[in-house]
Design a protein around this ligand. Structure first.
Ligand code: MN
Length: 585
């Protein structure tokens, strides 16, 4: 039977390789050609695309969706939706989920691939029901992982549950590239016996097994495979589209797509890849069988690298990789995918850079232990739960059940701030309350793309027109010198560029760090809120401010009791490790 292809170039591929930085203007000129290939679907929205658009690109993600959709006449537009998490980092109330899915469909999404990081299907009930109601195709998802508690039968049973929930197809989401050909064969053929809806396999080349695994899955009956156009394939991205199409050609699995269809598309994306080369970390392009050991999903690897760069701790990379499986076991073996990948990843980063395990625990990790993300595959030990949340009792109900309706309340808030011109704007605000106001007011800026081109010996220049390759002559000997950005080349839209910001406040943050009573930041991040005032009495352990770092909220508590003498930082400020936040006497 002909195998169908989902092309991921516009979503997962650039999320995996270039931290989701593709601009809409980069994409639009190729959409009509992509539409003409004969793909089963084009994945182009969801995942991190929404976040990155407003956080770094100063782009409206809804507009991107409409712009792409208006150029697509034949191919269904597909998005990845994190169930009750939508495209954010917490669970939202049912009314927000219903509104988001409805609006996404109205703006152009035809296929919703819906998953829950913990495979707790109570968390996808509302979005599946809503997507069915609006008439979209629903692809229910099994998040694949390896652990002592995840057997092939576990996943086959999940597929059956998804079919019972009225899903139109099933996706085996192997976000970390862990699925071996033999396991795929066993799982896919097992599922084919139990369910009658089509099965899609999604994987990443991180461990190098994916192309072979796809073939095994296809032989076992898989109907659809996810691939990325070759310049954005391989590495921590999907297997290359052209290679998979060619591999199946002339067999009974022939996709029916001719390779000529890619004559313009492949060079187009090759040029685009060159443009973004400087932010494509070599680590995410390298085949690394160690991911089987560490279980790091494609997108997470490149994020982890940029998180460590942000914290000036790239040298701790291997330590963090080793810490990750330990944290994962302690948290009940969650599959690693957003948001659990951030939860496990950030806690592992903090455990390593703080020099003490669980010394700093972000709010999201606490909420996870409280059961707010759903049921963990294995229950966490009582010791771990009390280490993280003390005497609090975790919930056992569907997490969505305990979130009161929030759409109208947030809509009113957004209207009072004068930032919502549409229901889409309100949703953007609900999903990203910390960064959306600035974006919706039109005050956000597009991050600068520091580009180190890879074109050899031809006078490479970056986007600002500054040469990046020089020929230097010393005493008659000629040296070719290539200039590459150091530190982090990715500049946060909120002004988090350490190099360009030399405001006086920054000096104060540094100079006051040694004063008696100074509370210093232990990490790089943005001051999300300040929980105290000058002159106020605080007790040891009280939360005095919250720092957003690595997309997590980290509460800073008072190291001792006293009176707040001075607050050095303001909400919205960027701080680095060692900066003074306030003085407590
Ligand atoms: Mn993926």
């Amino acid at each position: 039977m002909a195998v169908k292809i989902t092309e991921t170039a516009l979503r997962d591929a650039h999320q995996s390789l270039i931290a989701t930085r593709m601009r809409t203007r980069d994409i639009l000129d190729i959409v009509e050609q992509l539409d003409d290939v004969g793909y089963w679907s084009l994945e182009m929205w969801g995942g991190a695309t929404f976040d990155t658009s407003i956080r770094y690109l100063n782009e409206d993600p809804w507009q991107r969706l409409r712009d792409i959709k208006s150029r697509m006449k034949k191919t269904p537009a597909q998005m990845l939706l994190r169930g009750q998490n939508l495209v954010g980092y917490r669970h939202y109330s049912d009314d927000v989920v219903e509104k988001f899915v409805t609006k996404a469909h109205e703006n152009g999404i035809d296929i919703f691939r819906i998953f829950d990081a913990l495979n707790d299907f109570r968390n996808i009930e509302t979005s599946v029901r809503t997507a069915k109601k609006v008439g979209a195709h629903v692809q229910g998802t099994v998040s694949y992982t390896i652990s002592p508690v995840h057997t092939p039968e576990t996943f086959i049973k999940m597929a059956k549950q998804l079919e019972e929930m009225d899903c139109d197809s099933i996706c085996i989401k192997d976000m970390a590239g862990l699925l071996s050909p033999a396991a795929a064969s066993e799982i896919v053929s097992g599922m084919k016996k139990e369910v009658s809806i089509p099965i899609c396999v999604h994987s990443h080349c991180t461990s190098g097994m994916a192309p072979v695994m796809y073939y095994a899955a296809v032989e076992a009956g898989a109907d659809i495979i996810d691939t990325a156009i070759s310049p954005f394939g391989w590495g921590s991205s999907q297997p290359p589209t052209e290679a998979m199409v060619a591999s199946l050609m002339g067999t009974k699995y022939d996709t029916g797509i001719s390779l000529e269809k890619f004559n313009e598309i492949t060079p187009f994306f090759r040029n685009l890849k060159d443009k973004y080369n400087s932010i494509c970390d070599p680590i995410s392009e390298t085949i690394d069988a160690n991911v089987i050991l560490y279980q790091i999903p494609g997108g997470m690897l490149s994020n982890l690298v940029s998180q460590l760069k942000e914290q000036n701790a790239l040298d701790k990379y291997m330590d963090v990789l080793a810490e990750m499986p330990r944290v994962r076991e302690e948290l009940g073996y969650p599959p690693l995918v957003t948001p659990t990948s951030q939860i496990v990843g950030t806690q592992a980063v903090l455990n390593v850079i703080m020099g003490e395990r669980y010394k700093v625990i972000p709010k999201e990790v606490k909420d996870y232990a409280r059961g707010y993300y759903g049921k963990t595959p294995v229950p966490m030990s009582p010791e771990m739960i009390s280490l993280i949340i003390g005497d609090e009792q975790p919930i056992t109900v569907r997490p969505g059940d305990q979130i009161p309706p929030e759409y109208e309340k947030m809509k009113k808030e957004a209207e009072e701030m004068g930032i919502a011109k549409s229901e889409e704007d309100v949703l953007t605000y609900i999903l990203y309350p910390a960064i959306a106001p600035k974006f919706l007011k039109g005050e956000a800026e597009e991050e600068e793309l520091v580009c180190g081109c890879s074109i050899p010996s031809s006078g490479s220049v970056n986007t600002a027109g500054i040469p990046t390759e020089y020929r230097v002559e010393v005493d008659g000997s000629v040296f070719d010198v290539k200039v590459e950005p150091t530190g982090y080349s990715i500049v946060a839209a909120d002004g988090g560029n350490a190099g360009s910001k030399a405001a006086p406040a920054a000096d104060e943050k540094k100079s006051k760090a040694d004063l008696p009573g100074a509370v210093v930041s232990s990490m790089q991040g943005m001051i999300l809120s300040i929980k105290t005032k000058v002159g106020e009495q605080v007790n040891e352990g009280d939360t005095i401010c919250v720092i957003e770092a690595m997309k997590m909220e980290n509460a800073v508590s008072a190291p001792k009791s006293g009176v707040v003498k001075e607050i050095i930082v303001a909400e919205g400020d960027t701080v680095t490790g060692g900066d003074a936040l306030m003085i407590i006497e």
